[in-house]
Design a protein around this ligand. Structure first.
Ligand code: 4AD
Ligand code: MG
Length: 433
């Protein structure tokens, strides 16, 4: 029996005969030789099929094979410095598994984004999309390891919820049996706040939903967020934790995902500067930066995507903008004791124009203060009974944050639009495939 191996392990099998099970994503032929480009999920390799070794009929049949034929090939592994990846395989036998029913719609020519998005179920086979997902895989693992090593407990939060987490404006609602409206979760934060009373340091990691009308390259209607919450943490502790997480994740990705970053042509020198401490500027200072840049910005304005880009361009690593006006932030944020028009929060802006990757804050922990804020925001008290309850028994100051995975991955990979940072993106225009 000849051993079935994966392409990523091929260097261990030089001069041996092995079997590879995969797909032919491209091919080139001359009269005497076929060059089959294969992938198997772990990597890419060129398989060489020499005419003289095969009967005529088989050689001709392979010439006609369509792109994306699934196949099992057996052959000898050869070190070949000129080959991408450094190895080639001399085919001794070939077996097709399925020959495509039609020509593959994605070719080497330039396709428009709409076409590619419409064919996302096929597009994820392409090398660049493969590299992005492999990097996402590393990023997620790094984040989980960071929290595990830092003794955080994973507390999965529900996706169906009765309480509005962030803002009423962009909720997806559904009819929930006899109980009225339920919502798709915008955040797991509120549930993490309950959990810290039992576990101290917790995190959740899952899909979140925003019925965003935004059509920007930074917005999805379904995105993945990792959120952390820590009992007794204040605003400053919270910002420190955020920068440690980002540095850890970027470093681990640089270490483990180098080949994938290379496929994407990412200039990784821009990621090597990501070290602590990250610069911290107040919201008011951010407004000054915008004014200096000729923007018509005044205190109280929200900071949008273009403005974030202007601010972040001043720094070679992520920057934390802290203490925003309370009127443009969520109801649960702790007021700044030194200025009650502000809240103790921060947004982390990624470099190179990737915008806000983290939003975090110290939370209101006193019962009466939170009750007042819920009323001021006209939120339905009944739905927040449990959230208020947390403040009745042994409440403590606490802080936390949420980081958007697709925005983080977009920045690390250097891709333009976050829709390529998630396997099957959901936007206001797209629910297919
Ligand atoms: O700033 P946001 O809205 O914060 C929260 O939801 C807090 N409850 C988190 C917390 O404190 N536990 O969202 C957090 C992050 C943003 O910084 C951004 O990276 C990402 O989630 N995000 C989006 N990513 C893609 N598409 C969208 N529509 C996003 N909205 C937010
Ligand atoms: Mg935010």
């Amino acid at each position: 029996m000849i051993k079935w191996v994966y392409i990523e392990d091929i260097s261990k099998y030089v001069d041996q005969e092995v079997t590879i099970k995969g797909w032919m994503y491209n091919k080139r032929s001359s009269s005497k030789i076929h060059f089959l480009q294969l992938r198997d999920g772990t990597g890419f390799i060129q398989a060489i099929m020499e005419k003289e070794r095969f009967d005529d009929e088989l050689f001709k049949k392979v010439k006609k094979l369509k792109i994306e034929t699934s196949m099992i090939i057996t052959g000898r592994v050869r070190k070949e410095d000129r080959a991408p990846g450094g190895y080639e395989i001399d085919v001794t036998s070939i077996e097709t598994v399925q020959e495509p029913i039609e020509d593959y719609p994605i070719s080497k020519k330039e396709h428009g984004v709409d076409f590619l998005m419409e064919h996302r179920h096929l597009w994820i086979r392409s090398k660049k999309q493969w590299a992005i997902m492999k990097i996402r895989n590393e990023v997620v693992k790094a984040i989980r390891d960071f929290f595990y090593e830092s003794k955080f407990v994973l507390i999965d939060s529900p996706i169906l919820t009765g309480s509005i987490g962030e803002s009423a404006g962009n909720l997806f609602d559904i009819d929930y049996f006899d109980l009225g409206k339920a919502y798709l979760s915008q955040t797991g934060q509120l549930y993490l706040e309950a959990a810290i009373q039992s576990f101290g340091k917790v995190y959740c990691f899952g899909p979140t939903f925003r019925a965003e009308k935004s059509k920007t390259r930074r917005h999805l209607t379904e995105f993945w967020m990792v959120e952390a919450e820590v009992a007794y943490y204040r605003h400053k502790d919270n910002m420190k934790l955020q920068e440690e997480l980002v540095v850890y994740t970027v470093n681990r990705t640089l270490k483990n995902a180098q080949p994938y970053l290379e496929i994407l042509g990412r200039d990784t020198t821009k990621l090597l500067t990501v070290k602590t401490p990250f610069p911290r500027i107040s919201y008011s200072e951010a407004i000054d930066i915008l004014k200096e840049a000729g923007k018509d910005a005044k205190w109280g304005d929200d900071i949008g995507g273009d403005e974030e880009t202007i601010i972040s361009q001043k720094f070679d690593r992520p920057v934390m903008v802290y203490n925003y006006p309370k009127d443009i932030k969520a109801f649960y944020m702790q007021l700044n004791p030194e200025n009650d028009r502000e809240v103790l929060c921060d947004d982390m802006l990624a470099p190179e124009g990737y915008g806000e990757i983290i939003g975090g804050s110290e939370r209101i922990w006193k019962y009466e203060v939170l009750l007042k804020r819920i009323e001021e925001n006209n939120l339905p008290l009944d739905a927040y009974r449990w959230y208020l309850d947390i403040r009745k028994w042994g409440a403590v100051p606490h802080s936390g944050f949420g980081m958007g995975i697709e925005r983080l991955v977009a920045w690390i990979t250097g891709i333009k639009h976050i829709r390529e940072a998630i396997p099957f993106p959901r936007t206001i225009y797209r629910i297919y495939p």
